[in-house]
Structures are given as structure tokens and as C-alpha cells.
Ligand binder design. Sequence first.
Ligand code: NAD
Length: 496
Amino acid sequence: MSQQDIQTVRTSHGKEVKVHTHLFINNEFVPGHGPLIETINPATEEVICAVHSADESDVDTAVQAAKLCYRSTYRKLAPSEKGRLLNKLADLMERDKDEIATLDALDNGKAFTIARDVDVTDSISCFRYYAGWADKIHGKTIDTTFDKMCYTRHEPLGVVGAVIPWNYPTMMAVWKFAPALAAGNTIVMKTSELTPLPLYKFAELVKEAGFPAGAVNIITGYGHTTGAFLTGHHDISKMAFTGSTLTARKIMESSAQSNIKKLQLELGGKSAQIVCADADLASAAVWASGGIFNNHGQSCNAGSRILVQEDVFDQFMALFIAEAKKIVIGDPFAEDTFQGPQISKGQFEKILNYIKIGQEEGAVLAYGGKRWGDKGYYIEPTVFTHCKNNFRIMQEEIFGPVVAISTFKTVEEAIEMANDSIYGLAGGVYTKDLDTAVTVSNELQAGTVWVNCFDVFDQSTPFGGYKQSGFGKELGKYALHEYTQVKVVKIQRQGL
Ligand code: NAD
């Protein structure tokens, strides 16, 4: 495979950035032997550059590098040293924040300011949070009988594999790197073939931070080849996956057919936001709008269904549409842009098709519904009302800036509608009544419930789904359980 590693690429506002295009294995950028993959700028529909992809032998090389590093070096490092490395990496990300955010915005289409102030800033916090945990991962001593004692060890799993999607190219990676490395594992990560660039910049920083060669390996490639080789590898002890439910099924099969590796699956969603009549409607409209339109609707937890209590429907809709109208769409590098293009032509067409389906099903198109501009994969924020629960736009994940709105009479009815979904990632309720807030929070079949807010994250709080939204938690102390296994040691006291 020919092509120099470092390429110069240009953003839509004319800034030049140098990017790596080779695989990162054993702290070196090395050519891959899979096909070259062209990555597209979704704002212009033009090719940014081509990157190398990993074939089966490259995947194996990366896994063996991670395995050797785990056995010979990383597991022997003092926990405090692992914490120091994570903090150093956070410092380097802070230094190069603008460059990482530029690549996130260029490759993914998200607004540069949001990539910098949310995605990259939160990723830095995530490393710092887990740096603090690295030397606080302890077992317990357990006295069983007078003549025996027992203790537990929270041991790393070994080599962890990870496959991530394109919607938060840096943040989804860091949510896995940080707890995995803090807990003492080494890792091989496959980035999405749609957004390979930001993590190669990150790889440079991994090396500069001083991580031992092989602790972090970053490869890219198509899912059905590179991804499948990784998930089927016998030396990977766990796969952390974020992506679609469809792909998760394949990964579960692959785990079953190979070495029954542990799985952690963060999948899709169709989260409901319930607006009660007693809510502060102006505030609810602001949060609910962000809840669906943040990241162009390309969030697994997007509040893509809104259920409004009948009595306040007209009032809420006026406020909500006013919020949708405020959304500034445009060049990801323009200072005031909130919404950039969708990630790809495929996603763009899929979303426009769902808008057509919504109209055919009989929903009322209250706002938007069209392509925005004539270049780039932009779609207007789109609002459907009068949706019935069995409509496809109420049940299927659209993963775009499209919201389906319906009404309810009683809170019990709202809970039933919200739970009528194969997904269970998140949900929200807007109310001033404490009893309603607690009842809805307890009854929603969802891994996260937001009350009078939506899409609020913190490194210390766990995130993960119920039902077909997956299992296992990212973030918080809970994520450490996903990257450790518990050993029990039992000792007989002699000479008593
Ligand atoms: P996807 O499942 O097609 O791809 C995700 C990743 O899986 C990519 O890196 C892809 O190359 C890889 N992949 C595809 N087939 C594979 C296979 N057979 N074996 C191994 N890897 C494979 O999803 P997508 O289109 O990138 O992302 C959109 C979907 O992901 C949506 O449904 C969304 O809800 C979900 N998602 C969930 C979360 C979450 O945190 N729960 C976050 C982001 C996206």
C-alpha cells in the first residue's frame, strides 16, 4: 500500500492541518494492508484525504503488540504511574485542543466551537477523572472463618478491543480509552471508517505522553472486515462497542463463535421527552430543542420523541418551534454555527426518506423537512406533530434532526407511550411536581432519566442502556467494573 503517512488537508475556511493516515501500532505509524479509504468532508462532499485500513494481519499485529505490552510492561506499572500518564495525555490534549477539534469538525461536520468546547473539553476531563481512579481500584479483605481469610483483587482483563462510531469521534474513543487504561488494560481501537482523522492526532499525543509501546493501538477500516477481524480475535478478552443494534448482534455472534469475550454495548435509542402541563414550558422548550437537535440529531440518546400533555400542546409548540427557528445552520468553522451537515450521503438520504415516511404516515410537518442549501449533507431541523405511537417515525431511530411529537392525557399514559419502544437508552420529564418527577423517573425503562433538563453528561455519572439499547455502563466508577474482573484468593492460616 503506497502513500506517505503525513498528508496536508485543508478546512472549509482555508486552514491547513497535517494529518497522519497510517495505522498506529506499537507507538509507530505503519502502513496498513487493507484498501485505502477516502474520508469525505460532509460540509463540501469533497474528499479530504485517503487513509490506510487494517487487513486481518494488521489487526493481528496490533493485538499482539497490545498483548506483549500488557504482559511485559503495562500490568507491571504502578497504578499511580498509570494515573500520571493519563494526566499527561490530558495536558497534551489541552495544549492541542484546537487541532483535535479542527479534525473532529472537518471529518465529522460538527461545529468547531462545539467540538472544542464540548467534545474535546469533556474528553480531557474524562482522562483526568480516570487518572484519579488509577490508584484507587481496590479489592476487599473478607474474613470467612477464624482459620481462613480471603481477599479479592480487581484485575485488568488484558487486551481490550473497541469499535466506535463517527458521531463523536474523539469523545466515544476517550470514554473507552480512559477507564480501560486506568484499570490496567491495553487496547486496540478501530475508529469509524467515516471519521478516522481525529484519533491519529490523538495517537501522536499518546506517544508523546510516554505510554509504553503497544498500550494504545489505533486502526481503522470497514466494519465487516477490520471490525469483524478484531471482534473475532481470540486474544481480545473484551469488546467495547458503540454503534447500531444491528452491528451489536453481529458482535455478539462473533464473541460466541470465538472466545466468548466479554461485551459492553452502547447502542441506539428513541428517547422520549415528556412535557407535563405544569412544567416551565419556556425552559422545557429550550432543553427539549437541544435534546433532539444537538449534534444534528446524531446522538444515541437524542430525545427524538416528545410527548406533550394535551392542555399545553399549542403553547409548547409555539415555544418549541421558536427554538428550532433559532438554530444556525452552516459551515462548521463559522463562529455562530450550531448545526453542520449530517455525516454522509447515506445518512442524509436515510433521514430524508424518514421525512417522506412521516408525511405518508399522516404526521403533520410543522417545521423544516427539506435539504438545507445545495452543497453538503445539510438537513433542516424538522418537526412532526400529531404522531401516533405506531408510526415508524415514533419507533425507529432516525439519527438526524427530526423529532416526532405526540400528545397524552395522563402521566400514566405518557409513561406507557414512552416505554412502548424496543430501546431504553434515556428519557426525560419536564414538571414542577416532585411526585410526578419521581414517578416518571422510576417507571421509565431507560438507563438515564433527565428531569427538567436533557442531554446533560458528567464524567462521574454512568451512562448506558436498557433493553435493545445495550448493556454495560460507560463513565463514572461503574465503567471500571466493565474493565476489571474480580479474583478471590482464600488463605488457610497455618499452625493455629
Ligand atoms: P454502525 O453500527 O454501522 O458502525 C459503528 C462501528 O461499527 C463502525 O466503526 C463500523 O465500522 C463498525 N462495524 C460495522 N459492522 C461491524 C461488524 N460486523 N463487526 C465489527 N464492527 C463493525 O453504526 P454507525 O452508523 O457508525 O452509528 C450510528 C448508530 O450507532 C446509531 O444507531 C446510533 O444510535 C448508534 N450509536 C450509539 C451510541 C451510544 O452511546 N449508545 C453512540 C453513538 C452511536
